[in-house]
Design a protein around this ligand. Structure first.
Ligand SMILES: NC(=O)c1ccc[n+]([C@@H]2O[C@H](COP(=O)([O-])OP(=O)(O)OC[C@H]3O[C@@H](n4cnc5c(N)ncnc54)[C@H](O)[C@@H]3O)[C@@H](O)[C@H]2O)c1
Ligand SMILES: N[C@@H](CCO)C(=O)O
Ligand code: NA
Length: 437
């Protein structure tokens, strides 16, 4: 059987892992693909010391790989937006299938890329782009194909989860744990993408597109990072039975789709609350199957390579198929129905429960005034703790509320902050209550 010839562009963490997995497991992979998969050429600025390149053909020009007539599949692992976009479009225009781990590229330029691929009859596969080694794209596209997806919620950034876990368990500083995550190859080239939720928003955009058949709309995804989470909030959440995680939530409602990434209190009893370190997990609720959970390593050289190579395998199996009959990689391609027009909801229209932390002057009537403001906005309190201030005359009030529209909560917070009794800004963290809605 004719081999499938692969060109790898970018030989960093994921590129190196992909080279090593493809080389080490070549026999097994060939049996599964029904034909050998060979690395025909590598485009890299520099060699990777973790790879034995003694019999590899290496070029410093990645575009040479995209144009190489002896290559069937171009694997884009350079990251970033513009050069990656040009490289992928160049490969497609030369009739090559593409495998990429680049969520930024898919979330922002995906529509253009998938259209070009559909016109040329080639595949663009991106399993590694979301939650690293976890086959969540495959699960959504194939395994859950019968379902109307109601919501999905996931810890989809390994670096952020690694930081939250080690800060909480070992009391280490944010900077210290981030440096470790970078050294382990988990972080993006610009780690603010991880910390500020941009990377998770890229991934959520992709998941929502597949789950709900809506176009990729990264710019409409609400994005809030973890850099303002304090150890006090982590401790208070803990006392109340919750763990704070950085969650991406996509939920279908009658009015549209909620698409949001933010720190979230999750009850400790939920499986998602027990996903630690670089591990990711995505819970998907389908109307037929009910809740399902996908768990595994969300970043790292070989876990991510596992997904890259699985996509190469898929391409190898698919190569003989007439392209008009392929399952589109994003659900919306070729579909023009109502789902295409489901809007992404502005944040004011999402519904969530909340954790609030306030510093209040410790004097009679304060709680009544706080309760009045919440009542005016139809916010019902689920539990309330008031703690003596360590010094001075301030008390800390911690509240959990029932679910309410974000617009009502915004209005309540404005009124609370305007009270003379309340010192400083009100801390608000959303609480995961998808099962109750
Ligand atoms: N690291 C992870 O755990 C992980 C997991 C999932 C997805 N990803 C994605 O995989 C991609 C690669 O990430 P990485 O962690 O391997 O990054 P990396 O920085 O380790 O590797 C990128 C490599 O590409 C090379 N490169 C960049 N531009 C080039 C050019 N024009 N010509 C030649 N070489 C070029 C760089 O020199 C570098 O070696 C990114 O899109 C990232 O978001 C990474
Ligand atoms: N920087 C990303 C890599 C995996 O996509 C993360 O930490 O999750
Ligand atoms: Na994946």
């Amino acid at each position: 059987m004719k081999p499938v010839r692969v060109g790898i562009c970018g030989l960093g963490t994921v590129g190196g892992g992909t080279f090593n997995v493809l080389t080490r497991n070549a026999d097994e992979i060939a049996r599964r693909a029904g034909r050998p998969i060979v690395i025909e050429q590598i485009g890299a600025r520099r060699d990777n010391p973790l790879c034995d390149l003694s019999s590899a053909k290496v070029t410093r020009d990645i575009f040479e790989v995209a144009r190489n007539p002896d290559i069937d599949v171009v694997v884009e692992l350079i990251g970033g937006y513009e050069v990656a976009r040009q490289l992928v479009l160049e490969a497609i225009s030369h009739g090559k299938h593409v495998v990429t781990a680049n969520k930024a590229l898919i979330a922002v330029h995906g529509s253009e890329i998938f259209r070009a691929a559909a016109e040329r009859g080639v595949i663009v596969a991106f399993e590694a782009a979301v939650a690293g080694g976890i086959p969540v794209i495959k699960s959504l596209r194939e395994g859950l194909g019968a379902n109307r997806i109601q919501w999905l919620a996931g810890i989809i950034n390994g670096t952020g989860n690694y930081i939250l876990t080690h800060m909480r368990d070992e009391g280490r500083t944010f900077e210290d744990v981030l440096a470790e995550a970078q050294a382990l190859g988990y972080a993006e080239a610009d780690p603010t993408f991880d910390i500020e939720g941009i990377d998770a928003a890229h991934k959520l955009t992709i998941l929502a597109s597949i789950a709900f058949g809506v176009p990729l709309q990264f710019d409409k995804t609400y994005t809030e990072g973890i850099s303002r989470i304090t150890s006090e909030d982590i401790e208070q959440a803990d006392n109340l039975g919750y763990i704070i995680k950085h969650l991406g939530i996509a939920r279908r409602t009658d009015g549209g789709v909620e698409l949001r990434v933010h720190p979230t209190l999750i009850p400790k009893t939920r499986l998602l609350a027990n996903v630690h370190g670089v591990k990711n997990a995505i819970e998907v609720m389908g109307d037929a199957v009910g809740p399902t959970l996908y768990y595994g390593a969300g970043a790292g050289a070989e876990p991510t390579a596992s997904a890259v190579v699985a996509d190469i395998l898929d391409v190898a199996r698919d190569i003989a198929t007439e392209h008009n009959y392929r399952t589109p990689y994003l659900a919306f391609i070729g579909i023009d129905d109502d789902q295409d027009r489901l809007p992404i909801l502005p944040m004011e229209r999402i519904v969530s429960a909340y954790y609030l932390r306030l510093s209040a002057v410790d004097r009679p009537g304060v709680l009544a005034r706080v309760a009045m403001i919440l009542a005016e906005q139809e916010i019902s309190i689920e539990s309330l703790i008031q703690k003596e201030a360590k010094s001075g005359d301030l008390a800390t009030i911690i509240m959990l509320t029932h679910a309410v529209r974000e617009a009502n909560m915004n209005a309540a917070i404005l009124s609370l902050e305007a009270l003379d009794d309340i010192a400083g800004p009100v801390t608000r963290i959303r609480v995961e209550n998808l099962d109750e809605q």
